[in-house]
Design a protein around this ligand. Structure first.
Ligand code: FDA
Length: 305
């Protein structure tokens, strides 16, 4: 119970604008940031991706979310266009795709046309990805955005059927979403947001069982299941259910890197989610909420300064 309280408190802190401004400016946090984030510049992101593609695939995420300034959303699009150009020029586009958060592209702007702005921005990124010879996966955020996000993915897929969707096993609706999406590229994860019991499973065991039900649906479909978890039991189940068919295992940069390499060496298709950029606060605090050990690592790095 105390672990759940810590998780909820951290997930609440992950949305605090004041803490975020303070943290992103603080050099004290650099060691823990560096473990999970591939630097702040496109050069650093490309260098980290180049090191990983020796044995793994990569999806690069430009950090940022819940943008309320139109200029910031436009700047995020430009950052992705520069990144995609670099991936293409450097010959990495066949092994490196990008992940985008619609709330960084305008989905949470005030006003009635936020969804349309996010769609237009995402479309420009998809066109650039297509030109570069790679793909885009649209991350999933809090449950109030699920319908809007899946709607935008559906629209993007009219021109770009390879666009990846993400579903969260924690949500009660997700089995149904898996049935609809099983013919396409779908990333299945547990879900990183603090959701109410009305829409989400709150017990870890319930989330795990939902994950397995969703896996069965996706692995029976004709699409590409992308199994995003560090959980060794769920990875084993995925490998078993996926025998003889295409699928990907996906993990976060900095989490279980040894296991990532071992799975790749065993012949698995492993993709690393690689975030970069200055706005790392929300991402990092969600990682701390997932694993109290990460919090201890963080506290130690502060104390030994
Ligand atoms: P969980 O955190 O429950 O851990 C399960 C087990 O994994 C642990 O008991 C331990 O055995 C092992 N483990 C985990 N971390 C470890 C570590 N550091 N060292 C050793 N063992 C460890 N979420 C979302 O809401 N929207 C999204 O779009 C995405 N996208 C995404 C992409 C990718 C590639 C990944 C891997 C994850 C996401 N997520 C996400 C995050 C996801 O929803 C979830 O919050 C985290 O992956 C943590 O959940 P796990 O499934 O890893 O298991």
């Amino acid at each position: 119970a105390s672990r759940d309280m810590l998780r909820s408190a951290l997930l609440a802190a992950s949305r605090s604008g004041a803490l975020r401004t303070f943290a992103e400016d603080s050099p004290l946090l650099r060691p823990v940031v560096d473990r999970f984030v591939a630097g702040t510049t496109v050069d650093e992101a490309v260098a980290a991706a180049r090191a990983l593609v020796a044995d793994r695939l990569v999806t690069v995420d430009h950090l940022g979310e819940d943008t309320t300034e139109p200029e910031q959303a436009a700047a995020t699009v430009e950052a992705y266009l520069v990144l995609l150009r670099r991936l293409s020029d450097d010959g990495l586009a066949d092994r490196v795709e990008v992940s985008v958060k619609l709330s960084a592209l305008g989905q949470s702007l005030p006003g009635g046309d936020a969804g349309k702005i996010a769609l237009d921005h995402a479309r420009r990124i998809c066109e650039a990805a297509h030109a570069a010879g790679t793909t885009v996966t649209v991350d999933m955020e809090g449950h109030t955005t699920t319908d809007s996000t899946l709607g935008i993915v559906r629209e993007l897929r009219v021109d770009h059927p390879w666009v990846g969707a993400v579903v969260q096993a924690a949500l009660r609706r997700t089995e149904g979403d898996c049935r609809e999406l099983a013919g396409s590229r779908v990333r299945l994860c547990k879900g990183a947001y603090d959701e109410p019991a009305s829409v989400a499973f709150r017990e870890r065991a319930e989330v795990d069982r939902s994950f397995v039900r969703c896996l069965r649906i996706l692995m029976a479909g004709s699409g590409l299941p992308m199994v995003a978890t560090h959980d060794p039991v769920l990875i084993d189940i995925a490998r078993h259910l996926g025998r003889g068919r295409p699928y990907e295992l996906q993990m976060l940069h900095g989490v279980r890197p040894g296991e990532q390499r071992a799975l790749a060496a065993a012949g698995e298709r492993v993709r690393v989610y690689l975030p970069y950029g200055a706005q790392w606060y929300g991402y990092l605090v969600r990682r701390l909420a997932e694993r109290p050990a990460n919090l201890a690592f963080f506290a130690r790095s502060l104390l030994t300064k």
